[in-house]
Design a protein around this ligand. Structure first.
Ligand code: COI
Length: 331
């Protein structure tokens, strides 16, 4: 059995090699190149591929893979919004994702960003870098006195709720699918409008399905409390960047943290330090003292990376053995 892995970074390589040693019945080869309709040719002669989400996997990509005889794809990440599932079905693909590699990785990141913004540490850090060691006017707010609205109570949202409860924050939540634990705790509000109305801070943990596209827009921002703080560690498509910038300009949004950006493909995970920065709206956000940006690294912990590689290769192997891994996508 032969698996070909795309987009393998240096931090993933030792995990992949170790998995290969532990599964001598499988040959695992890899490239650092991302999967495209062109690089699909590299998978010729293999039985399955292993990928992570970065570029769109379009009809052309599925067709090119199918032409090489590949119909099994395990994704090392959670999100499936880059997949043309119609094409995947047309070309008889079996696909899995890795839905629980480490919910804590993203949840911790969101909690840290939220707390940093309430305590205004990005602004204080900038002052200190400039040897300005005065306290005022950079006064913070205590997390235990904030109402934090969590949109999306999947695995990540639920871990974040626990972390925020540790701070003593009042947590409220919204999701169209209710989780029984969160229900028992009585955290759900009955509408997004109510969550917007009541929250001092809002954290987004929903997928980029079409109904969530630009859910943070002029109209939803208008429903929020004045000086609200928003954290988006989910998908860039959830936030209308123009509306966000307007909200930051007017002070309606007092601070924003994000790990994603609606046009991040081709910009994130690249060094722009000595080059012209390619996106003026993103630059506008980065240059603000009350905006925290990380380049899609909320997931990026040793634990998560190791689980992503191991669990996705296990899923590849299950498919190859004619089984259905628990993380097989239904489409
Ligand atoms: C995901 O798991 O969906 C992420 O956003 C992480 C990234 C490596 C694609």
């Amino acid at each position: 059995m032969k698996i070909f892995a795309y987009g393998i970074r240096l931090d993933e390589q030792p995990v992949l090699e170790q998995w290969g040693k532990e599964h001598s019945e499988v040959t695992v080869d890899f490239t650092d190149q991302l999967l495209t309709d062109k690089s699909a040719a590299m998978a010729k002669g293999y039985d399955a591929i292993n990928v992570y989400q970065q570029l769109p996997y379009s009809r052309a990509t599925f067709e090119a893979l199918s032409n090489q005889g590949i119909h099994i794809m395990a994704m090392r990440n959670i999100g499936i919004d880059n997949l043309d599932l119609k094409a995947a079905k047309e070309f008889n693909f079996k696909i899995s994702n890795t839905p629980a590699y480490s919910p804590n990785s993203v949840a911790e990141h969101a909690a840290i960003q939220m707390a940093r913004l309430f305590r205004r540490t990005p602004e204080m850090d900038a002052k200190v870098q400039n040897y300005d060691l005065r306290w005022a006017p950079t006064i913070g707010k205590e997390m235990r006195q904030q109402t934090i609205g969590i949109i999306g109570t999947g695995r990540i949202g639920r871990v974040l709720i626990k972390i925020l409860q540790g701070f003593g924050s009042k947590v409220i939540a919204y999701d169209c699918y209710h989780n029984s634990e969160i229900e028992k705790e009585g955290l759900y509000v009955d509408s997004l409008d109510n969550l917007y109305r009541l929250s001092d801070g809002i954290s987004l943990h929903v997928p980029a399905v079409s109904k969530n596209f630009h859910m943070i827009n002029d109209a939803s921002i208008a429903k929020m409390k004045d000086h609200v703080i928003i954290v988006n560690d989910s998908r860039g498509e959830l936030v209308d960047t123009d509306a966000l910038i307007k909200g930051l300009d007017s002070g309606k949004i007092s601070a924003f943290a994000t790990d994603v950006y609606e046009k991040e493909v081709g910009i994130f995970n690249k060094d722009w330090s000595n080059k012209t920065f390619p996106d003026s709206r993103l630059k506008n956000l980065i240059d603000r003292p009350n905006v925290l940006l990380t380049p899609h690294t909320a997931f990026y912990t040793e634990t998560a990376v190791s689980a992503m590689v191991n669990e996705s290769l296990n899923a590849d192997l299950s498919f190859l053995n004619g089984k259905q891994p628990a993380s097989a996508l239904k489409f």
